[in-house]
Design a binder for this molecule. Sequence first.
Ligand code: SF4
Ligand code: SF4
Length: 468
Amino acid sequence: MYNTFMPKNPPPPRIHILAKPSGATCNLACSYCFFLDKELLYPNSKFRMSDEVLEAYIRQLIESHRSTEVTVAWQGGEPTLMGVDFFRKAIAYQEKYRKPGMTFENTMQTNATLLNDEWCEFLKENNYLLGVSLDGPQHLHDAHRVDKGGKGTFDKVMRGVRLLQKHGVEFNILTTVNRLNGDYPREIYQFLRDEVGTTWIQFIPVIERINPDGFNIYNVGDTVTERSVRPEQFGRFLIQVFDEWIHHDVGEMFIQTFEAAARRWMGMPSGMCVFEETCGLGLALEHNGDLYSCDHFVEPDFLLGNIQEEHMIELVASDRQVKFGLDKRDSLPQYCLDCEVRFACHGECPKNRFIETPSGEPGLNYLCAGYKGFFHRVNEPYKILSMLLRSGRPAEDVMAIVNQREAHFPQAFAKAKADDPCPCGSEMAFKHCHGWKPAAARGRHKSGKSASGPRPSVRGALLSESKS
Ligand code: SF4
Ligand code: SF4
């Protein structure tokens, strides 16, 4: 038992592990799913977490926590392939090993297509928070999120969403932003808000690097597939959703990236590893007990060990993992060190740092241009928001002030020239920001291999909390 030893480095009070009980296997075949290639890491495996690994995982997770709140997060592949009884056992092990005063948050990222009444009753009873993958309205979702026969899955996902709503199961929506749907920010946001009826959204950029071997076991190379979102496109996507949100929906809608940025403007931790200075506390557990540094680095070089051979906390607090987390800070190029929005961005995720800075230094984030634009755009509204929150006013008061301050935007946009800095404050060229027009050729998307992946669902929001 962990209580009988201490790891060499001081262990963190809390850790977040994304467990993949069915490994990379999935009932669907979304064209950009980066995890499907990971099946190659475990040839001949049945990809089902055994009872022994499950028990060891829950026990060690509890033993590893010095805080009383423990998150048990399931992801895939598709975790519902395990069947509901597997998760009943997970709850039973939580009860078996629970420390006094300990509470559990159970979360699951799912495509929602296998949900039924039995599932939803279980999820509700155990207060699960679900993250449902949905890429927007049908014409955008079905372009990439297809079943193994190549058929769109929109109807099945929506069926699952309606079941969750019928049973009162808490869920949020995870939308991956790719080169196709990246041109439809407002349509997607309005669809999720008005037709799906969600109040919680995560936007995750699709970035697929083209590997010479055609597979994606390793992240290598500096070119991306035609499905990958473009840097400015992702920034513009966030900015256009932000425009809608900051004018109409503050306090009503929760968008993870906006929440994280608001926290940074308030001087608080962002709550998203990608925007923190260092990382290393969000690991990935494979079906067989193998623990990896991060679910974005399920690669042989980042395998820390197996929890059936070494206790999880020893692996989490190992020199290797500590270095992994510190490297996020220590490998930043000078361009980032000099960047005025570094406090909010911190060079984003190391997985995406594969381009060169303007001076030729390696290690710049592929999405830099987009994030720079987004963080500059939110600067003025978030200065106002911070001031309001610090003086005890509700977050939604920001809307009236911003609406007034930005009332001149339409006239300013009408006068702006293509290469001028955008009047919205993003510092992006007007033609890439509010002056951008969709090209007729957009909508092409060819097949390729693998991509970026989802991050865990979150519950608890600065901006939502501020409402009460
Ligand atoms: S590598 Fe990226 S996704 Fe993984 S913990 Fe670090 S910042 Fe987060
Ligand atoms: S916006 Fe670009 S330069 Fe600034 S910290 Fe982020 S990646 Fe680095």
